[in-house]
Design a protein around this ligand. Structure first.
Ligand SMILES: Nc1nc2c(ncn2[C@@H]2O[C@H](COP(=O)(O)OP(=O)(O)OP(=O)(O)O)[C@@H](O)[C@H]2O)c(=O)[nH]1
Length: 395
């Protein structure tokens, strides 16, 4: 599939002042639709007011004559068309950026304006002056696509020349007049083109900034996610999601510092699942893994969230119970043992009965580190296994 590059997408035509890529041009018009409609409504209202106000000059020159009535009717008709479009723009702002309606009005407006040349031959030179102002206003004051403004201006120039030609003037004068009328149109076109191109360049820049910002945000999110994942990988056991050895050892050190500083209680328990080898042998390693996951969840869900649950390795777990002395720890662990014993583990359509041996010891200020404490618990574990398993042994 062909995908336009940024340069293609934002290429602006030299003479039209519009994006050559239709999708970008459409998006740009939608982007400026509301503000363009607002400016156009103001321009149309001012235009309508001027058209009617100039009727006062007609009245001064013609009085309440038939000519005045024709002119004022024309003026009121023009003003009504202008106000009608202004009203329509409130509900259909896209008319302002399409430009066809306002161009049609420019053509109709000029057509009605030509009547003044016919009805008031006394003010031809004044009218030519007004035509010059109208021509430049078409480009600068009335928001429209510059290519369409060219159509309005071309009609205005051609019509004016025609109206003057009707008066039997010398051809040289007509040629001169054409140049005079072309002059504001060319200036207006150049100014309109520059303005239109500048607006689109700004839009392209704005869009690019938004795009770059978006991709930066996405990159930041991606990196944050990656960082979190790496942190998780470094601190947890991949199978059970419990703290890994490195992490619970460092958490133990923090708790040991608290024991030393605040004389608070801390108990450590080594849990070893009973006859786990049998589960693996009978149902396969995958079922064994599911059981380990289930037991881990059960430990985490049952204990306090200040307790620390880690995987010691294989089917052995470490539980750190802060602010818990040996007596309380034995109570808590007995509850946990009973819960494990009484709940069947549902794995792959099987219901597996499971027990564990819990070896618990209280950490003292004199303990050098976690190895000392685990060694003590391990001795208790040995006793527990010898005593028939499914028990809590304290040392
Ligand atoms: N599925 C699974 N099995 C594991 C994992 N780590 C260790 N094991 C198994 O756990 C079993 C531990 O067996 P043993 O040390 O003999 O202990 P046991 O069968 O639980 O017997 P006792 O501890 O004496 O009650 C071994 O079969 C290991 O292969 C693991 O990550 N996944």
């Amino acid at each position: 599939m062909f995908l336009p590059t940024t340069a293609d997408r934002y290429h602006i035509s030299t003479w039209g002042g519009e994006f050559t890529d239709p999708t970008t041009e459409r998006a740009y018009r939608e982007h400026v639709e509301q503000s363009t409609a607002k400016s156009l409504i103001v321009a149309l209202r001012v235009w309508a007011a001027l058209v009617v106000l100039f009727g006062f000059l007609d009245f001064l020159a013609l009085g309440f004559s038939e000519g005045f009535i024709h002119l004022i009717s024309t003026r009121v008709l023009s003003a009504s068309l202008l106000l009608l479009l202004a009203w329509r723009l409130r509900t259909k702002p896209q008319l302002s950026t399409e430009g066809y309606a306002v161009t049609a009005l420019e053509v109709v407006g000029f057509f009605l304006f030509f009547l003044i040349y016919i009805i008031r031959p006394d003010i031809v030179s004044w009218n030519i002056g007004v035509t010059l102002i109208i021509l430049i206003s078409l480009y600068i004051f009335v928001p429209n696509r510059v290519v369409l403004s060219n159509i309005g201006a071309a009609f205005g120039i051609a019509g004016t020349i025609y109206c003057i030609a009707l008066r039997d003037v010398a051809p040289t004068l007509l040629v001169g007049l054409t140049f005079v009328l072309l002059f504001p149109a060319i200036i207006g076109y150049a100014a309109g083109l520059r303005l239109q191109t500048g607006q689109r360049q700004q839009y392209a820049l704005f869009n690019e900034t938004v795009r770059v910002n978006q991709s930066l945000q996405e990159e930041i999110k991606r990196r944050e996610h990656l960082e979190l994942e790496l942190k998780l990988q470094a601190t947890t056991d991949p199978l059970t999601g419990l703290f890994n050895r490195r992490q619970y050892e460092s958490l133990f050190q923090r708790e040991l510092d608290r024991v030393r500083r605040h004389a608070s209680a801390l108990s450590l328990c080594v849990v070893d699942l009973d006859h786990f080898k049998k589960i693996n042998d009978e149902h396969g390693h995958d079922v064994g893994d599911q059981v380990l996951k289930h037991v881990s969840r059960l430990f985490v869900d049952t204990l306090r969230n200040t307790d620390i649950v880690g995987r010691f390795g294989g089917e052995e777990f470490i539980l750190l119970l802060p602010d818990t002395d040996l007596r309380c720890a034995v109570q808590v662990l007995n509850r946990l043992r009973e819960r494990l014993h009484s709940s069947l583990v549902p794995v792959e359509g099987l219901s597996i009965q499971l027990t564990a041996t819990f070896a618990v010891t209280e950490v003292s200020k004199q303990d050098e580190g976690i190895e000392d404490v685990i060694r003590r618990a391990d001795r208790a574990l040995y006793d527990g296994k010898k005593a028939g398993r499914n028990c809590v042994v304290a040392s």
